[in-house]
Design a protein around this ligand. Sequence first.
Ligand SMILES: NC(=O)c1ccc[n+]([C@@H]2O[C@H](COP(=O)([O-])OP(=O)(O)OC[C@H]3O[C@@H](n4cnc5c(N)ncnc54)[C@H](OP(=O)(O)O)[C@@H]3O)[C@@H](O)[C@H]2O)c1
Length: 300
Amino acid sequence: MYVIAGATGNTGKVIAELLLAKGQKVRVISRSADKLQPFVNQGAEAFVGSLDDSVAMTRAFSGATAVYVMIPPDITAKDFRATQDRTSDALAAAIAGANVSHAVSLSSVGADKSEKTGPVVGLHQFEEKLNRIANLNVLHLRAGYFMENLLPQMGVIHSMGMMAGPLKGDLQVAMIATRDIGAAAAAALQARDFTGKQTRELLGQRDVTMNEAAAIIGKAIAKPGLSYSKVPDMMLKPALKQLGMSSSMVDLLLEMAGALNSGYMTPLENRSAANTTPTSIENFVADIFVPAFRGNAAGA
Ligand SMILES: NC(=O)c1ccc[n+]([C@@H]2O[C@H](COP(=O)([O-])OP(=O)(O)OC[C@H]3O[C@@H](n4cnc5c(N)ncnc54)[C@H](OP(=O)(O)O)[C@@H]3O)[C@@H](O)[C@H]2O)c1
């Protein structure tokens, strides 16, 4: 039995569907039974519960061959870091309590650092908590910058005719599509070829700059010449709050952007076949960004 946390989310959904397609037994976790129904229709067992409830998660993880764990980002949380810590405490307690032998966790590039990387500090702590569990074999997947982070640019393009954000335009960023993380996690859960406490970076198909991303998106949405501008933090803060982020989240996000811009937060591994994944930025833009952009425009 494979147990998947965050099964209705970006990475968890891909993992659950890949395992179900292989005929594996899968238990999917969500706070909503309704959202789990599509997986149940494919043969999965539903578990309704919250990831910050250690008692529920101990039940969810019992009997697992392997579990996939991640900390759902609650961008509205008044104290984002405290929310992350509550969830990582609960997940670690449940993994220990249910005597899980193998876990794959979703972490991030930069999780080697214990401070000054914004939300990634919460993933550093998550790794540490899991690493302290005796007898647990755990693989931390340190993913690069999600290509899905580009989706909020749809609103910026509509309102300002350009792309904007806190990253330097010419910064080389290891950008990854979340479906590639899901595929790597599903493979690791089935192979269980990791022992002790291990990390593995997932760096996407190639490094991409925001300037390049803007050019690729511009071409795909028939706005040739679409450009990207780095915006000063003080100007970004109100815009990010308008997207629904708490002040705590905004501050952490800008700290992370600063850490990326300065090179403090950067992959530790050289790019290799093992940490390179298939989806290119061009594929992501064609498959995900453009349909979302068109849908957005149609609904506007
Ligand atoms: N953005 C990046 O560039 C980046 C890079 C590296 C790592 N990361 C990390 O990736 C993770 C996010 O992964 P993801 O995109 O796969 O997640 P996601 O799509 O945001 O999915 C999270 C899922 O978790 C569920 N959830 C939320 N709160 C919950 C709760 N209290 N209890 C149970 N389930 C809950 C939600 O499902 P229900 O509503 O169905 O409960 C949601 O579908 C974060 O930890 C983030 O730090 C992000």
